[in-house]
Design a protein around this ligand. Structure first.
Ligand code: ADP
Ligand code: MG
Length: 251
């Protein structure tokens, strides 16, 4: 459902000149699979996901989502994906339910579909208690769930989630993890980024470790263990980062 080959993004950097922040990466995510892009801050995760979500143009390489090439047919790709990233705006004066209604209409969803669909996503993300409270009165975790609900309204077959649990407390992170597992059971194709190893290990069917724009290794947890001779993901991760001439810079 997602096929990425040799995808590259270069930025011009004042101090370092032209720099590939995503450097010829390739991977595939199947339907019914949770694929984790695991890497430290500045590794290139957000840049990768933004290219797949058609928000950023690749310098070179190819990315297909549901059979559509992202630069050739961005509108078709956008219909197929739900994209969640940290900088998702919600209207603070509205309630989550109102936000969902506004976005649904903007995206051409019909009112009668929207009414039942909003109830569904509110249930799915356990938002009943705060669906009618203004966004500016909600906690970070509640807002994150509302933002996720927004990306799910059109029931997309592909989910692209950029560090969806980052900064959340354990119970809220758990709601989102449960949702992701449920989405897998219903056959969705899920690409998910994180810098938290334990989370990748718990959630992902396969993991690609990315650092300095390059994928260092891809595989199931047991494949990663076998390839590196390490038992713990933390050690695998640190070994792979140690391969580098320089440490990844914080963003
Ligand atoms: N618009 C931009 N211009 C220049 N450099 C950028 C831009 N966006 C991101 N970068 C750089 O690209 C690298 C990867 O960033 P990012 O994809 O956000 O990493 P991650 O999400 O893994 O933390 C970082 O070093 C960041 O500073
Ligand atoms: Mg990021």
């Amino acid at each position: 459902m997602i096929q990425v080959s040799d995808l590259t993004k270069t930025f011009r950097d004042k101090s370092r000149g032209l720099r590939a922040v995503v450097d010829h990466i390739s991977f595939e995510v199947r339907d019914g699979e949770i694929f984790g892009l695991l890497g430290p801050n500045g590794a290139g995760k957000t840049t990768t996901l933004r290219m797949l979500a058609t928000l950023l143009k690749a310098t070179s390489g190819r990315a297909m989502v549901g059979g559509h090439e992202v630069t050739a047919d961005p509108a078709a790709v956008r219909r197929m994906i739900g994209f969640l990233s940290g900088d998702m705006g919600l209207y603070h004066r509205l309630t989550p339910r109102e936000v969902l209604k506004v976005f649904g209409r903007l995206n051409g969803l019909r009112d009668e579909f929207l009414r039942t669909r909003i109830d569904e996503v509110v249930e799915m993300l356990q938002m009943r208690d705060f669906a009618d409270t203004k966004v500016d009165q909600l906690s970070t975790g509640m807002r994150q769930r509302a933002a996720l609900a927004r990306t799910l309204l059109h029931d997309p077959p592909v989910l692209i989630l950029d560090e969806p649990t980052s900064g959340l407390d354990v119970p809220t992170a758990r709601v989102i993890e449960e949702f992701i597992l449920q989405a897998r059971r219903s056959g969705k194709c899920i690409l998910y980024s994180t810098h938290v190893m334990e989370e990748a290990e718990f959630l992902c069917d396969r993991i690609a470790v990315i650092n300095q724009g390059r994928i260092r290794i891809t595989g199931t947890m047991s494949e990663l263990k076998a390839a590196t001779g390490r038992e713990r993901l933390r050690e695998i991760f640190l070994d792979l980062l140690d391969d580098q001439p320089e440490k990844a810079a914080a963003p």
